[in-house]
Each structure stands twice: as structure tokens, then as C-alpha cells.
Design a protein around this ligand. Sequence first.
Ligand SMILES: *[C@@H]1O[C@H](CO)[C@@H](O)[C@H](O)[C@H]1NC(C)=O
Length: 463
Amino acid sequence: MHQPSIAAALMAALAALPSAQAAMYTKSSPVVQLNARNFDSLITNSNYTSIVEFYAPWCGHCQNLKPAYEKAAKNLDGLAKVAAIDCDDDANKPICGAHGIQGFPTLKTFRPGKKAGKPIVEDYRGQRTASGITDEVVNKINNHVTKLTDKDLDAFLEKSGPKALLFTEKGTTSALLRSIAIDFLDVIKVGQIRSKEIAAVERFGIEKFPSLVLIPGSEDTEPVVYGGELKKASMVDFLKQAGEPNPDPAPAKGKGNQVKAKPKAEPAPEPEESPESSTASSTAEDVAPTVIPIQSISSNDMLHENCLQKKSHTCVLAFIPEGSADGEKAVESLSKLNTKYIRGQHHLFPFFALPDSVDMSSTLRTSLELGADVELIAFNARRGWFKQFQGKDYTVEGIEAWIDAIRMGEGEKKKMPEGVLAVKASEESQAEKSSSEETKATDPEPEIETEAPEEEEIVHEEL
Ligand SMILES: *[C@@H]1O[C@H](CO)[C@@H](O)[C@H](O)[C@H]1NC(C)=O
């Protein structure tokens, strides 16, 4: 009958399905694509407001949102970030989990708070249309623009450093000017003053509104009235004569970073990817790239808690015999990898050192049929497998290749022997709880769908 052709059609349909890796947004999309490595530098530590879509590629509502979301991204270009993260990608799951994602798509706005690296995160509950999203995000762009009158203008001008002043007929502060103030945070002070403030208007000889004036820092320089197009890019170019805008994302310290930023004399850029920012409140001083050591398992309980509960996710254990040079080397390499992965608070999966002094260590060595030397084991108690590092190449590269293979689901899986996971009842119930939470997070949750009607272009490129 039609069996063969149905099978063929099915194959074709399957082949057409995006693979697990295929992201919903293409490279050319105006939507910024996030992952575990760039999430913090692009979103958490940014001075800009962002909206982030937490999505799964298979989710129909996510697909439906895409055109409106891309349109919002175009509208907000240069003003705020419109970004998306694929929660189906294992590497991104910790981030999606940390944000309590329960269904797809979930939209959240991120706005810099008082403390660097601690943004104010809010759920976006508005219409899933380009204009709905654009307006909401525009409302959340922080305002660092000082509103001035004739009375307080002098005090503003007496402040040190360069200043930019927008003369406008409006009482509100445009998204464009707010975004410029963010670009030049701590570089140029930005103020706005209304056309009815006659003394100021006369003082600067302003004849039309809006007009932008740059007051360069030093005393002996004259204010410059901007004569160019009132577009963001050209205005920023004009202001650059007084100071470089802050690079975003901020350049990371150290080597091997893709983020290129112009070298800048001052002020010192904030350490975006410094490991400290994930632990302590970071100040501009503690930027030295420090290695974050992996945790050492100190008891059977700690081992159970982290790796051997029935619902434990992947967990890497380094069995370290006392005084072993290889062991030290492995721990050092794992710590470097650990640092690399958690820069920006995101563990890929946890790494632990397991010294022989912990009782369970020898039990595990026996039941997993390991030798007495250094052993690196990735466990997934939940799925009941473990993978063993082969060879003696305990360099960062050697271990990273193994970790990458695990991430890709490659490498020989061995079955976890019975008994390894014998756990206490209290742990069981705890595990149950976390597992039900997790299931919820990855299940698609029906969301109210809003058809994006044909919308007018919303232009915020105005003062
Ligand atoms: C954020 O603003 C601060 C000034 O407040 C600046 O030093 C830093 O470089 C900016 N960071 C980014 C990522 O733009």
C-alpha cells in the first residue's frame, strides 16, 4: 500500500526538523542570541535594559512570537537589547532554571539595578506584539539624564568633566537620549533643558529645537553646538570628541576573549567576566583573574547530596589519592575549567574533588571498578550512567576535551551498578521535590497566544 511513501515522507519530515542544536534565531536575526557563556556579560552586567525570551525551539508559541520579537529588536536597535536563550540546550539549563522558567516562551526584562551585576528582573506580561514589547522595554530604559531649568543649570555646568545638553520642547526624556546617557555613563554627563528656559537658550544661542550642545571638560574650551543629523550613531560620533562611550559588553580581563573593545585609558572598565563578580560584590579593584578552586567533598553526606541522589544530574568527581602529583594537576585543571564555566555564575555541571579520606571513595572505586590512582568520573545518577576519563592527560585541554564530549552526549556510558544510589528516605523526598520542579520547567506550558497584527513601524529614533 502506501507504506513506503508514508515512511519516506516521515523521514523527510524528520530530516526537516531542526536538530537539537539548531537555534530558532539565525545569525542574521536582530535578536541577540544568548548562551551560558555570554549571558552575564551581555545581560546581567550590562548597563542597558534588555528583554530576554526564554524559549525552546520546538515550542509553537515561541515560533509564533518570532516575527513580532524580531520586529521589536529592530525597533529597539541601539536603545535596548532584545535577546533570546534556548532553554532546550543543556548548557543553558542552569540559567533557565535560575530564572524559574516554567513554560515557553517566557519573557523577562532586565534593567540594571543599583549594584553592578544585580539587575532588576521582571516578567513581561504585556501583549506579545512588537509594539507591546517595544513600549514596555522603552519604559524600562534607565534614565540617567538630568532635567534642568535656568535655576539649576549653573550647578550642572560646574560639575567636572564633559557635559552634553539637549535643548528640547519636550518635558519627557526620549529613549534615544536615555540610551546616549547610558553609552556615556561616567564619561559625559547628560542633561536636558526645555525651550522655555529662556536664559539658557540665550546663553547658548540656541535657535532650533531639539539642539544638542557639548560642553567639553576643560575650562578653556567653548561649547559646541551639534549641527548633524539627529540620529543616534551620528550624535554618538559627535560626543566621542569628549570621551569614548563604554564598550558593551565590557572587555573581559585576560586572554582568549572574543570581546574586542578599543583600548581605553580611563575610566577603568568594569570586570565583566572576572570570577569575583559571581561571588563577592565586585569592585573595580578586584579584577585579577583568579582561579576558582573546585569544591572538595568532605563527607559521605556531601557526596550523596551533590552526586548520588537518585535525581542527581551530571556531576564530575575527581578521585584524588593523597599526595598524588597527577591528582594535583587534575584538580588544578578542573579548577581552571570551573573558573571558565562559572565566570558569570553558571556551572556547566559541578566538579568535585573526592579525596581518598572520604569513606565512600573506596566503596565507589570498588563498585565502579576503578583503579587506585587518579580517576575522573562523570556521573549521572538520574540516568544511571557514568563515564570514565581515559588516559593520563590531566591538562586543561585534555580534560576539557572529555568534558566537551560529555556535553555532546559522546563517550562510552557505563551502567551505574546497583547500590551506588542507596539513599536515605529524607534524600528521596527532597529529590522528588526538585525533580517535579524540573519537569515542570521543561514541559511546554500552554500560553495565551496573541496574533501579532500588522503594526506600524514604531520609531524611537527621535528626541
Ligand atoms: C557601565 O557603566 C560604568 C559607569 O557607571 C562603566 O564604567 C562601565 O564600563 C559600563 N559597563 C558597560 C558594560 O557598558
